[in-house]
Design a protein around this ligand. Sequence first.
Ligand code: BTN
Length: 250
Amino acid sequence: MHKIFAKTLFLGKNVVFLPHCHSTNDLARQLTSEKKTKDGTVVWTDFQEKGRGQRGNVWNSEPGKNLLFTIFLRPENFKTSEQFRLNMLVSVALSDVLSKYIDHRVEVKWPNDIYVNDRKVAGILIETTSSSSWIEDVYIGIGLNVNQSYFPLPTATSMKLEVHREFDRTEVLEQILLTIEKYHDGLFLKDFLKTRYLESLRWLNQERKFLINDNIEKGTITGIGAFGKLQVRVNGSLCLFDLKEIQFLE
Ligand code: BTN
């Protein structure tokens, strides 16, 4: 089952698979420190003892049911100020792939949660190392709920729950790698990924409720600003928020 991906150009030519591990992001970092990764290495597991999410959250996943992997990249000439393009690249690629399998609209909840039918189907944790203003190593951790049928949280879903069939996880992973490769050059093209990202952005141009500075506020997402900040019109003013400054109230 755990093969080298034949159709891709550079992603997944080196695959490290472990039946279980701590966290694929942590393992990929460790392998890099031991010089065992190269651009495009995929670190993949069936179960994580300490899967990590954004904002210090945990990422739980039933053993052997879903996709849990980290892609290691070492881009050249990529500025830290452009880091949000990585989020857009992976969000757009995942939503493209899922749209092929699922009839419902696939949405990206800023910055990079993937939603179907108002429930989260995938999460992305991107970690980087940098030197002065240049990104050096990139770890793109992806957790995609594929064949899991039950979730303790009502806000989670899987491909199987949406489509009522099981999926071949290797095939889905190969599609994701191929699609990330397809968009990869977009990392260096201004606005290319942003246009596609905004097409999928959840709640764009809709008045919704948010938690801002401990207050419930009505606001309308109007776009993405510098450094990937969320641009929201609140009480007539355009404001920019980073991840810790705003929460979506569903
Ligand atoms: C989130 O939505 O908060 C991001 C979740 C990211 C989970 C993936 S699973 C593979 C990789 N390894 C981890 O420890 N986390 C990411």
